[in-house]
Design a protein around this ligand. Sequence first.
Ligand code: PMP
Length: 326
Amino acid sequence: MSMDIKNGFVATVGNTPLIRLNSFSDETGCEILGKAEFLNPGGSVKDRAALYIIEDAERKGLLKPGGTVVEGTAGNTGIGLAHICNAKGYKCLIIIPETQSQEKIDTLKTLGAEVRLVPAVPYSNPNNYVKLSGRVAAELDNAIWANQFENLANRQAHYETTAAEIWSQTEGKVDAWVAATGTGGTYAGVSMYFKEQNPNVRCVVADPLGSGLYSYVKTGEIKPVGNSITEGIGNSRITGNMEGAPIDDAIQIDDQECIRVIYQLLNKEGLFMGGSVGINVGAAIALAKQMGPGHTIVTVLCDGGARYQSRIYNPEWLATKGLTPS
Ligand code: PMP
């Protein structure tokens, strides 16, 4: 097969472009670069983790032909898993909190996943979507629990692919890496790889309000305050994927700054992005101001805006949250 022809859907995951965010770079005097994960075939950064988790289970003999992949997910992991399950002949069962956007829920159903909507309850509750998905998987025959929060195949995907791609795209000229975490797979895999290449790369956790990681990094105590309209990021525990990840600092970004950034990305950069990108790029700008001009700061453009059209791109919905695009 020619090198230019991809062998099916799964071979199209990864190898995304690295984009210079021109308006933000020019404003700060830094090179602010975004890894274009929204260009993955399933539309998000989670395609990489989904592929690694499934192929790891195949290699270990845990997932056999006709088997089912079960996961508790805020949406994007489920969408990645559903695509890969279709391409590889597996069934997919997704347990999702009912607070997630209708667009993501509808996409999962269209892709053929069995979708179970559950109330959003804290992790400490046994009926939390993540814990529930583990129990459902254990009760099914020939099924695996993807377990993205604890399964280290997740961060391995980013260590081996996302990080290595960025390193080669920048020829190793990276001064800082900043990203918000959901499972922490992206942040941890990339920061571990970068620190091995060059211990001077500054690795910074971006955090929305309502998450406990910012206070954890600053004070050692997990103390969430406030809340956020962003989906798929923020955490109030240290996941298996975050354990041992290098963290030099944390930056907290509120929703108004997130929305300002999202709309500048749309209007000045031509990039139609999801909410977590506003936190990531907002934190990259704050870091650029801290570090001063002349630095190269890399972050991740996790998913596209179409998944949030009824929310972030709907001024009436934004107004109900006290937010305005400007
Ligand atoms: N942004 C979005 C939109 C996501 O869905 C996720 C994953 N939940 C992330 C960021 C964070 O990625 P990770 O799980 O690798 O920390």
